[in-house]
Design a protein around this ligand. Structure first.
Ligand code: CMP
Length: 137
């Protein structure tokens, strides 16, 4: 059955002017755009969104990075969209993410303590429901 996922274009993607290209790739794959917003993160939203990473060495750099500029939040819908978007996004580390993926084509290591990897996509139906509630409330 059709499911929904939360996609974030992180501050690096927005500041580099890649939001439109990134959203266009998701639409071109055939997923339907359901909701869209330009938002500023807050520490509270990030703590809820990244609850499983709180306390990891990259958590504070990750928060600083996510607070560094506006974010595009989008909800996409379709059969297996969670898996489909993650495949389109590519591996977490942009240097070695496969060419053809969003991270592989547009991302690289910038020498910082956090992976600036352009996009986030929910990893399960439960995370998607939780995350859509955080960014669209
Ligand atoms: P995302 O998929 O949004 O989920 C957690 C984020 O933390 C991840 O993308 C990266 O931006 C960042 N991240 C994950 N693992 C590491 C790591 N080992 N070092 C630095 N940043 C990381």
């Amino acid at each position: 059955s059709a499911e929904r996922t939360l996609v974030l274009v992180k501050p690096d993607g927005v500041s580099r002017g890649l939001s439109g290209k990134i959203l266009a790739r998701v639409e071109a794959k055939g997923y339907r755009l359901i909701d869209l917003s330009l938002v500023s993160a807050t520490r509270e939203k990030l703590e809820a969104h990244y609850a499983e990473h709180v306390g990891k060495p990259f958590y504070e750099p990750l928060v600083e990075f996510m607070l560094s500029g506006p974010i595009v939040a989008a909800v996409f819908e379709g059969e297996r969209v969670i898996e489909g978007f993650r495949s389109l996004a590519g591996a977490t580390e942009p240097t070695t993410a496969a060419p053809g993926t969003i991270r592989g084509d547009f991302g690289r290591d910038w020498g910082l303590k956090v992976q600036q990897n352009l996009v986030h996509g929910s990893d399960s139906v439960e995370s998607a429901e939780k995350e859509i509630g955080i960014w669209f409330s």
